[in-house]
Design a protein around this ligand. Sequence first.
Ligand code: ASP
Length: 332
Amino acid sequence: MKRRNFLKDASLLSIAVASGTTLVSACKTDEAASTKKAIPKPILPLAITTWRYPNATKKAWEILEAGGSSLDAVEQGCMVEEADVKNTSVGKGGNPDRDGNVTLDASIMNKDGNYGAVVYLQNITHAISVARKVMEDTPHVLMAGKGAEQFALSKGFKSEQLLTDSTKKAWEKWKKTSKYKPIINIENHDTIGMLAIDKNGDISGACSTSGLAYKMAGRVGDSPIIGSGLFIDNSIGGATATGMGEEVLKTVGSFLIVELMRQGKSPQEACKEAIERIVNSNPNYKHFQVGYIAVNKQGEVGSYSIHEHFSYQLYQNNENKNVKSPFFLKRG
Ligand code: ASP
């Protein structure tokens, strides 16, 4: 030890002794202070979605602010977009498959690790609520097609035509060339993935989509699949996805993000690593988009995407804002 440092340490020791503390207790106090600093008090509640969905986060926020559960918040937040016929990627007004059928995928997960999902659901606008019913009213987690539809009808859901005049017109135009590449337009797709933390600090998530426009009949994406389009571990955090579902499925993206957070990564770092996992295993990555959002138990949020133009909507601290996501591929 250098003399100067020794003298400095010796003088600290004399101060500590004079003030009646020992160095050991002084160190302990320091340690406690730095531990405290490392875990800031979460700013709760919060609701976050993929893309620009101020109405959905507003709905969720109202529920959270009134002391409601994160589960109610994510369900009702997603319902806003499912009912919006102008949103051509979710619920009523969603783009159909190549045969002209609108088929919905949705999933929901609560603080207790329970999960419910529907795939290939037709004629029911609020797929997210059917997913919740699967979770709460059946011994199953995933229901598909006709069976899911019958189940929904038995629970009082209304049968509706989900194809609107404008999505029908667009599909008819598409049919003239029938060009189909399972490539998601980088700037234009809108699966809603939502995560919320309520005033109790409990985390839930939900995800709802009509999937890829003009997909092959029967195609199912990542959104309803546990661990891919959505995953929650209430002791760690949650994550949800949008974009090319096949790539999210192959890398079990949302589960991966939660596990990376469990290992100590921030939501931001975890989302970035999950995107890198896709990029590193698929040389075609320049042609499709994937975006993730995540929250941790401390109320920190993160996001990352392959391409620019992905954003998330965050309602926290009385502010409803849209935030540009960092992205992997710098163009030009
Ligand atoms: N992830 C959705 C799917 O693959 C699509 C999307 O986010 O636009 O079905």
